[in-house]
Design a protein around this ligand. Structure first.
Ligand code: ADP
Ligand code: MG
Length: 335
């Protein structure tokens, strides 16, 4: 049975960066205003996320890594919304099957912190141990895939896995400007990335991606009601910052959030890249940060939760709207 669970867990957690995405979302869901990511060997030896969120109560620690243990499913009606992006309580459970998982946590009113280790979904020693700590949660994932050789062999070099970790942190840091983000490599004194809380997103993007990118960015905001798009239409809002001159970079960056969750939408990316190619043929590597807000029920719940690719209602119409708006910005900024 454990082998089956391990294989299943490997389907949920592919590599250190996919574990990190889950840990970051949990920290943000817990209301963190400061998040530190500590990494050793590209996250293969150690991937640790520390937050200052609400913490986990002692009673919840006992069942934390059981499948489908979640505090985020208040009512059945929420199911659609939760299923859209979450794992419905599968992330930590999965990690406990393919790594050594240690949770240190303290809630606001607790007399002390608690430390709990998990293996194969079960709390080791049957109980969490009291320890010193501060409010918040630290989750350490050690020796990822120590027991799944096929997964371990599929990993890239520690440097490449580390780069993927940085990429995930950069994306969340772009979105969550009210939370500070730090990446540390274990044993190094200076943080590899430090993004203090920012009031303006462009300041955050400067901290995350550098001044060369930030100075080329133009804001793009939309608030659209598309009447033609079926019963009741579709309202959506777009909050974006896009590079608008012949900004050159080694790689293009396309950061997309829908309803505060990091996703990918190949159709939207293609449409925007096509505008850049048409209007700014020399800006081969555009930078686009886009946050879309859609009615939760417009987002497809049937996509497998491990896939970041997202589908939503009236997708083609929405992509057309966004494409037109991006074109307007690019033509305006370069008139
Ligand atoms: P989900 O996020 O879908 O609920 P997870 O397996 O990711 O499932 O997490 C299980 C539960 O553990 C969460 O619902 C939450 O109650 C708790 N949890 C996980 N990480 C944290 C954290 N950093 N701070 C507070 N609670 C957490
Ligand atoms: Mg989660």
């Amino acid at each position: 049975e454990d082998v089956v669970n391990r294989v299943a867990a490997g389907e949920v957690i592919h590599r250190p960066s996919s574990a990190l995405k889950e840990l970051l979302e949990n920290a943000l869901d817990a209301g963190a205003t400061a998040i530190t990511v500590t990494v050793k060997d590209g996250g293969c030896k150690l991937l640790q996320v520390t937050d200052d969120g609400v913490g986990i109560r002692e009673n919840d620690l006992a069942i934390l890594c059981e499948r489908h243990t979640t505090s985020k499913l208040a009512t059945f009606e929420d199911l659609n919304e939760v299923a859209t992006f979450g794992f419905r309580g599968e992330a930590l459970a999965s990690m406990s099957f393919v790594a050594n998982l240690t949770v240190t946590t303290m809630t606001k009113d607790a007399p002390h912190a608690l430390k709990a280790s998990y293996r194969d979904g079960v709390l080791e020693n049957g109980a969490a141990m009291p320890c010193a700590g501060v409010k918040g949660t630290t989750i350490a994932v050690e020796n990822l895939f120590y027991n799944v050789p096929t997964r371990r062999k599929a990993l890239r070099s520690p440097t490449e896995e580390y780069n993927r970790i940085v990429d995930v942190v950069q994306r969340y840091a772009s979105s969550r400007t009210a939370t500070s983000f730090v990446i540390r490599k274990l044993g190094e004194a200076r943080p590899a990335l430090h993004c203090p809380v920012a009031t303006e997103r462009v300041d955050r993007l400067r901290a995350v991606y550098g001044a060369a990118v930030a100075k080329e960015l133009t804001p793009l905001r939309l608030n659209v009601s598309m009447p033609g798009a079926g019963a009741g239409g579709l309202r959506f809002a777009l909050d974006a910052l896009i590079s608008s001159s012949s900004y050159h970079s080694k790689k293009s960056t396309f950061v997309l959030f829908i309803n505060d969750r990091l996703v990918e939408c190949a159709g939207l990316k293609r449409a925007i890249e096509a505008v850049y190619a048409a209007v700014l043929p020399k800006a081969e590597k555009p930078f686009v940060y886009a946050a879309l807000t859609l009615p939760p029920r417009a987002v497809d719940v049937n996509v497998h939760p491990t896939k970041r690719e997202v589908h939503f209602l009236h997708q083609d119409e929405l992509i057309d709207e966004v494409q037109r708006a991006v074109e307007g910005v690019l033509r305006g900024a370069n008139a």
